[in-house]
Design a protein around this ligand. Structure first.
Ligand code: HAM
Length: 424
């Protein structure tokens, strides 16, 4: 019987060692930006009670209706692999009484896995990763502006400095119901001409009509009344102040009435940073009703999440390379009886912080040199008979092709200095 070779499920990807450097790089950028912006890390579970997402993301959204990985566990409970991070963060905020402490509470997550049964294509996966922030307990426009600034700083520091934020307001409970009716009035005469999805949206979630990508629906979007024109005075003033703060901080943005977001919890500010071919790199906004919806006291909140895979693809397109992991030094033994010496040397140097590699296959000296070259080692330190007698090692610079004999005791200091001067 021949064994069937298993492959990863459709829509999920392995991050192989040659790609891991790009992940580590954007994660380091995110941690640095989040630290500078004052966000503390939170890690919530990868699965939650299904009910949490029904009540937060919304039953009529594509995510809940078509994309969740939901199953009944052995205890008979319905659980769901999280499709997004906000709901779990809000649940944890309430469950751990963070609402009782000083506000706002500023939380972040880095490369948190998310799961959506999406149609796989470039930049769209069934397991993907988000990095993002949530600010809970802050109603002022400064919180929106800070979150947008953090999203922009993250994308710019990662290597896309010209990314521009698309900003909109979806109003609140005061102005949105009336707008929804105006939108229905606009679409009602054209129901026959709409795509099947939009006919459902018309009844259940008219705001989503504005997000349709079908060509047949485009003319109705273009001529639709915009929410920005229908905002109540408080929502208008909030949006104006967010814009004023972004302008003051020189964060590039443009108003885009087409940004309506695919989750139900948003109020007022919504925003995205959009890539020309990959879709949204990040999206977020204010969700002033969600904490209450999940059983807490009325608590204003705002946040964003960025898709790590999409950011890495966009950086790759732009030629932003992350260096692959390579040893700083390969410790090669030039004689069979010196294997233990070379081994001990590599371990000692590792103790002192040097990325040192050593042969594990019993290779000949020449084969060790070839292997060091393949690994991309910056230096090879040769442990040879005459060197051993003199208490030295010969350090070969693999790039320059030069070599120098140095005291074994001072070799680490020598390597550090050479690595530093090469900017390694
Ligand atoms: P979202 O727009 O659904 O928002 O997702 C945020 C980002 O996750 C997207 O802009 C995209 O880059 C990435 N993303 C979404 N689906 C996929 C997929 N199937 N494959 C790859 N990347 C994907 C949220 O999730 C909200 N929780 C954001 C938020 C936080 N709002 C307030 N706080």
């Amino acid at each position: 019987m021949s064994a069937v070779r298993l492959t990863a499920p459709r829509g999920v990807a392995d991050v192989l060692p040659q790609a891991a450097g790009a992940w580590q790089r954007v994660e380091a950028v995110a941690r640095d930006v989040f630290r500078r912006y004052g966000f503390a890390e939170i890690r919530t579970p990868m699965f939650e009670a299904t009910e949490l997402f029904l009540r937060s993301v919304g039953e009529d959204t594509d995510i809940v209706a078509k994309e969740m990985y939901t199953f009944v566990d052995r205890g008979g409970r319905s659980v769901t692999l999280r499709p997004e991070g906000t709901a779990g963060v809000v649940r944890a905020y309430l469950e751990h009484g963070m609402n009782a402490g000083p506000q706002p509470v500023k939380l972040c997550y880095v490369s948190a896995p998310m799961f959506r049964y999406d149609r796989p294509e470039a930049g769209r996966y069934r397991q993907f990763h988000q990095m993002g922030v949530e600010v809970l307990g802050a109603a002022a426009p400064a919180a929106d502006a800070e979150v947008i600034a953090a999203a922009h700083a993250l994308i710019a520091s990662a290597g896309l400095p010209d990314a521009s934020v698309r900003l909109n307001s979806v109003g609140d409970a005061t102005c949105r119901p009336a707008y929804r009716e105006r939108l229905r009035d606009h679409y009602r005469p054209h129901l026959e001409a709409l795509c099947p999805d939009c006919r459902v949206r018309f009844d259940r979630n008219p705001l989503r009509l504005l997000d349709c990508k079908q060509p047949q629906c485009a003319p109705f979007i273009a001529s639709a009344p915009t929410l920005a024109d229908a905002l109540c005075d408080a929502c208008r003033a909030h949006l104006d102040e967010v814009q004023a703060l972004l302008t003051a901080a020189r964060i590039p943005f443009e108003l885009d009435p087409g940004i309506v977001r695919g989750l139900d919890y948003y109020t007022r500010t919504v925003f995205e940073v959009v890539h020309p071919t990959l879709g949204a790199l990040c999206g977020g906004g204010r969700y002033d009703g969600l904490v209450e919806e999940l059983g807490g006291p009325p608590t204003p909140a705002v946040g964003f999440a960025l898709g790590v895979e999409r950011l890495i693809l966009a950086l790759g397109e732009r030629g932003v390379e992350a260096p692959a992991q390579a040893p700083e030094v390969f410790v090669a033994c030039a004689a069979e009886e010196l294997r233990a010496d070379a081994f001990r040397t590599a371990m000692a140097w590792r103790e002192q912080g040097v990325a040192a590699e050593v042969d594990l296959l019993g290779r000949s000296f020449r084969a060790q040199m070839r292997h060091a070259d393949r690994l991309g080692a910056r230096f090879v330190a040769v442990v040879g008979r005459s060197e051993a007698e003199r208490g030295t090692v010969t350090v070969r610079d693999m790039g320059a092709g030069t070599q120098e004999e140095v005291e074994a005791a001072g070799a680490v200091a020598y390597l550090r200095q050479r690595l530093a001067s090469a900017g390694a």
